[in-house]
Design a protein around this ligand. Structure first.
Ligand code: AHR
Length: 334
């Protein structure tokens, strides 16, 4: 099978941000196997109680991510206490506090935005309950979480810009559909894209607005862009597939051909993106892998047993194009 332009991240499990790789989880968080391994039996998956504060159900990506967490817990026999915070940080904070009261072994959280976590993470640390950040980072001191499992969002932004530059021969009027304001993927995809654009003076971002990672908002914002700029727009950069699919609908309503009159790139590479590529309406999908369940529980067990874990476990991700989409789609798990 020809998988065009797959950028495999050789960094996975090896290259960790800065010196984080060698960092051990804080001893405050974990039992000390050397000192008490004779008396404290190691836990197995069946012994684990895990609290998980999911941020919501805003996208196809998130749905796949939730299934991966729940199915893996079930397969491994882990007791999972799962909360869907419905896109509200307050709900995630309440859930974390509840998990602390319940004395779970470990907490997983996908922080909806980057800021505002320090107090509740401090409470978890005080209670001796380790936190693993899953999918999204939080802007907190490194001693407040044991590991971050997720993508390199900055690199996803850079990849999107490089592919866009190829597609438009270095010249475009781009509109950008930004993800949830203040979230790590929106912040980094925004920044990474602009970093590369500096090399292309004729590629201009003529408008940029949040579509909150949802299809409905993506459609709504794209309609506004089209009303404002009309066929001056030659390219769309969408921070996720759902917003790109919404934009495709708006472009068709407007009477232009998505993928042809207006080039479109999105991040995630979920099934909807593959279908759009097969239909010729999307020009490339930069992968963001939601299937984090197996790695999450492996990390969780290690942490609870006092084993060292990397500070960042990056996902392995590729880029997909229309010419390979129909061959690859049947192999996709989300
Ligand atoms: O945090 C990952 C992002 O969140 C995905 O790109 C997006 O689809 C989701 O909602």
């Amino acid at each position: 099978m020809k998988v065009a332009h797959i950028f495999v991240s050789f960094l996975a499990f090896v290259v960790i941000l800065g010196s984080g790789c060698s960092r051990q989880p804080s001893s405050l968080f974990t039992p000390q196997p050397d000192s008490n391994s004779d008396i404290t039996p190691k836990k197995n998956y069946e012994d684990l109680i895990v609290g998980y504060a999911q941020l919501g159900a805003e996208s196809e990506w998130r749905a796949a991510n939730t299934i991966s967490i729940k199915e893996t817990a079930e397969n491994l026999g882990v007791e999972l206490r799962f909360l869907d915070a419905q896109q509200k940080q307050d709900n995630q904070i309440v859930a974390i506090r509840k998990f602390i009261v319940q004395k779970v072994d470990i907490i997983g959280v996908s922080p909806i935005v980057e800021t505002g976590w320090e107090e509740v993470f401090q409470e978890a640390k005080g209670a001796g309950i380790p936190i693993i950040l899953v999918d999204r980072r939080a802007a907190v001191p490194e001693d407040l979480y044991v590991s971050y499992l997720g993508s390199d969002f900055l690199e996803e932004g850079r990849k999107s810009a490089r592919i866009m530059a190829d597609l438009v021969n270095g010249k475009a009027n781009i509109v950008e559909l930004v993800g949830t304001v203040g979230s790590a993927p929106a912040n980094d995809r925004y920044t990474g894209f602009r970093e590369i654009l500096q090399e292309y003076p004729e590629m201009k971002i003529i408008d940029s607005e949040s579509g909150d990672f949802t299809r409905a908002r993506g459609r709504e914002v794209m309609r506004r862009f089209l009303q404002k700029h009309g066929d001056e727009i030659t390219a769309v950069y969408a921070h996720n597939d759902d917003m790109a699919l919404g934009a495709i609908e708006a472009i068709e309503e407007y009477g232009l051909k998505p993928g042809v009159d207006i080039k479109i790139i999105s991040v995630d590479a979920a099934r909807g993106a593959f279908e759009a590529m097969i239909a010729g309406k999307l020009n490339a999908a930069v992968e963001c892998n939601p299937l984090l369940g197996p790695q999450f529980f492996e990390l969780a067990l290690k942490v609870v047993n006092g084993q060292p874990v990397p500070k960042w476990v990056p996902s392995i991700e590729g880029v997909f194009f229309p010419e390979d989409a129909s061959e690859i789609l049947p192999t996709r798990k989300y």
